[in-house]
Write a protein that binds this ligand. Sequence first.
Ligand code: NAD
Length: 251
Amino acid sequence: MALLEGKTAIITGAASPRGLGKACAMLFAEHGARICILDLDQAAAQSEADTLPGSGHRGIACDVTSKSQCDTVVRNILEDMQTVDILVNNAGITQPLKIMQIEPENYDAVLDVNLRGTLNMSQALIPHMRERGSGSIVNMSSVSAQRGGGIFGGPHYSAAKAGILGLTKAMARELAPDGIRANAICPGFIATDITAGKLTPEMKAQILEGIPMGRAGKASDVAGCALFLASDLAAYVTGSEVDVNGGSLIH
Ligand code: NAD
């Protein structure tokens, strides 16, 4: 059954070929959606969009830390595609720092992409979703938000991802009367490129020890959850935080 037939989805940070955003784009496209991949580099976004099944997908440059870029890009997408049903705020960066190592520029970088970016893109799309009386927003948080790090990212990353949980729940409450749902996913340790070669074999072994299912997650594990939340299967689900972590945090 195609769960997203006739729907259009914007997915930020989806140009990373082994990343969570790309896996969501792939699964959503397999379920009939038209996808707009937004990422920093236009050529990379376009070339990943070109790998998706089906037609009508777009790859567009957008730095989610810039409110004006988000507004302009969304305006152009709406002119081009008329409707957008789904927003996945997936763009994110992390840094493995200890509390006293966090400089102002580290704080700004991590908070701006993860938290401000989620706010910017949501604000850019909410007026359109309100007009239509429907929409689904899926925000990528992290198990780091719930357990205070301990995976890879530092305290500023935990804070940004915890901020996303608060933002998601507040948006869910405010937007529910408008027919817009907002939910967060908290992935555990998923094998992608976000650790940028800085994950040592010792760190990896230690992380795996703490996962009852005994393996790292796959990007497709997260995409399956995002598909559920984006689709009408989750019609009565809003303000939730869904764990995709192999049991590494059972609470
Ligand atoms: P990734 O590094 O593979 O992909 C992240 C993408 O975001 C990249 O394509 C990058 O270019 C893009 N991006 C960075 N800054 C941007 C900006 N300012 N504007 C637009 N795009 C930008 O990472 P991933 O592992 O696929 O992570 C995706 C999301 O999932 C992130 O929010 C991350 O924090 C979260 N997450 C990942 C894990 C994990 O274990 N991989 C765990 C929990 C949460």
